[in-house]
Structure formats: C-alpha cells, structure tokens
Design a protein around this ligand. Structure first.
Ligand code: HEC
Length: 150
C-alpha cells in the first residue's frame, strides 16, 4: 500500500512537472500584437462600412447592423492591449498615456450604438437616424488624437 502511494505521488509529480515544462515553452498567452492590430482594424473598417449604408436599413437588418457596431465597440478596449503597435498599425502610444480618455471615447460610442440598437428594435426611425449621426461624429476626432492620420 505504501509502495502504491509512493508510486502515485511520483506519477502526480511527473505530471505536474510535464505541465510546467509545457507552460514554460508555450508562447505567451493570448493573441500576438499583429493579431490584435488586424482584429481592431477589421472591426473599425466593419463599423465604417455598416455606418455608410445604415440609414437605408430597417427591421431585422437595422437590428443586425446596430448589434455588430455595439459588439465591435465593446471589444475595442481588449483589442488595444498596452503597447500593441506593429509597423502596420496606425495606433500611437498616446492611447496608453491617456487610457481613461481613450476608453471614455469608446464608451460614449458604445452608448450611441446601444441607442441605435434600441431604436432599431423599437422601429423608431427618428431615434435610429439620430443615433447613426451621433455614432459618426466622434470618429475623426479620435483618429486625429490617437492614430497616425489617414
Ligand atoms: C476611441 C478612439 C476611436 C474611435 C472613437 C474610432 N476610432 Fe477608428 N481607429 C482608432 C485607432 C487608434 C485606429 C488605428 C488602429 C491601428 O491601426 O492599430 C483606428 C483605425 C480605424 C480604421 C482603419 C484605418 C486604416 O486604414 O488602417 C478605420 C476605417 C476606422 N478606424 C474607422 C472608424 C469609424 C468609422 C469610427 C466611428 C464610427 C471610428 N473609427 C471610431 C481609434 C478610434
């Protein structure tokens, strides 16, 4: 019995060491900087494309458009991980020097997207169009402050 206990303890220790060794050689957890840049540029472009045609949408299509924009603005804070700049990226270090302002701007856009979604669901045309205008308004100001001009 004592032999079995010792055997099991050895096996468990070997398993722990194997996991630790794997963890040591595995790449850093989470997406790479390049993946983050790609994901946030794709989401930004998707928002821009949707907003261009959003005024013509009604019903389920309007709800779907607003849902995607809301989802994108909700995911941006995690896509702008500290220092994640690559040569392809237009992001500047000012983002992390003014993180509260940057995320505040994203939250304001999230609120606009929520308003767009609520209006789309309610079929409130006037509120829907107003929310689209509100969403479009802050884009360039943020790019001028936090992105290399494009
Ligand atoms: C809180 C700041 C902020 C707001 C608000 C914002 N953006 Fe951006 N956007 C950025 C940053 C920073 C980048 C650069 C990302 C990178 O390259 O790493 C960017 C990149 C982009 C790009 C990619 C440009 C390119 O060619 O690489 C597009 C398109 C874009 N944004 C559209 C929009 C639109 C449309 C809106 C408004 C609905 C918007 N953005 C709102 C910060 C913002």
């Amino acid at each position: 019995m004592q032999g079995l206990t010792r055997f099991l303890a050895t096996v468990t220790l070997a398993a722990i060491l194997a996991v630790a060794a794997l963890a040591g050689t595995a790449p850093a957890a989470g997406p790479s900087d390049a993946q983050l840049v790609q994901a946030r540029v794709a989401a930004m472009k998707e928002n821009g494309k949707i907003l261009k045609g959003a005024k013509e949408l009604t019903g389920a299509a309007a709800v779907s458009a607003a849902t995607t924009i809301l989802k994108n603005f909700s995911s941006f804070p995690s896509l702008f991980r500290k220092g994640s700049i690559t040569p392809d990226s237009r992001a500047t270090a000012a983002i992390w020097e003014n993180w509260a302002d940057f995320t505040g701007r994203l939250s304001a856009e999230k609120a606009n997207a929520s308003a767009m979604l609520a209006a789309a669901r309610a079929g409130d045309r006037k509120a829907y169009l107003a929310a689209i205008e509100a969403l479009k308004q802050p884009c360039s100001s943020c790019h001028l402050t936090y992105a290399r001009v494009f």
